[in-house]
Design a protein around this ligand. Sequence first.
Ligand SMILES: C[S@@+](CC[C@H](N)C(=O)[O-])C[C@H]1O[C@@H](n2cnc3c(N)ncnc32)[C@H](O)[C@@H]1O
Length: 259
Amino acid sequence: MADRNVLYQEAVQDVEAEIDFVEQTWNELRDRPATRLREDFCGTANTSCEWVRRHPHHIATSVDLDPEVLNWGEAHNVAALTLDQQHRIRLVCGDVRDVHTPGLDVVLAMNFSYYLFMDRIAMLEYFRSVHNQLAEDGILFLDAYGGYEAPMVLEEPRECDGFTYIWEQAEFNPIDSQMQCYIHFEFPDGSRLDRAFSYRWRLWTLPELRECLLDAGFRDAVVYWAGTDEETGEGDGIYSPSEVGDADPGWVCYLVAEA
Ligand SMILES: C[S@@+](CC[C@H](N)C(=O)[O-])C[C@H]1O[C@@H](n2cnc3c(N)ncnc32)[C@H](O)[C@@H]1O
């Protein structure tokens, strides 16, 4: 009975933290404010909604291939905005490589969605198309994950408010680095939303991605790595430019590519 998009937003996304990172990093790198953002692989357009809520000058375009998830985002997330905010957001149904949205300040692709491109040719095509749509001083923000547990076949449950979120890495092929992952949800009454989301993607490495970004025309592709909380030994959520990371079992970082 549960709505899988509600569960996904609660369990997976942290749009406030994403936009905090974008705004803080933009302000460190640029002397003017960013206004025009495009959210690629936007799903329910949750991050775009956060962008337009932040400032009356903020404008967002949200792109996804799937009309169903866009309709859900329109009905639940966009509809909850004020009228002024709604006028500053546009949902586009299409392939992120084909949309024409020139002069963007920021392009954002979060939760590793661009890992769906399986080979270098497709990834380069995507990065080149983003580069073409960015303003001269525009910036592409990506997240990335890895670590020695990333290619393992495993199930990782996490307790959320009123349900359990389960991330499953079901298959990994070391020859092409492609993997099959699922998200399941479990409820206190024992019921389950099995394979609520499924992803077939390639586990890309940071050097592969950085090389692609430079080949696509970006001036640089800087990794922002999280610091370590001295008490817990876990990431402290503060990301800064780094050339050396830790050999953690599982890490998440940002890639920041300047046009
Ligand atoms: C992992 S989900 C999106 C997650 C969301 N960005 C987030 O941060 O949680 C991936 C989305 O990408 C969309 N998608 C896959 N390939 C695409 C493409 N080539 N162009 C646009 N959207 C695509 C799917 O329809 C799906 O909604």
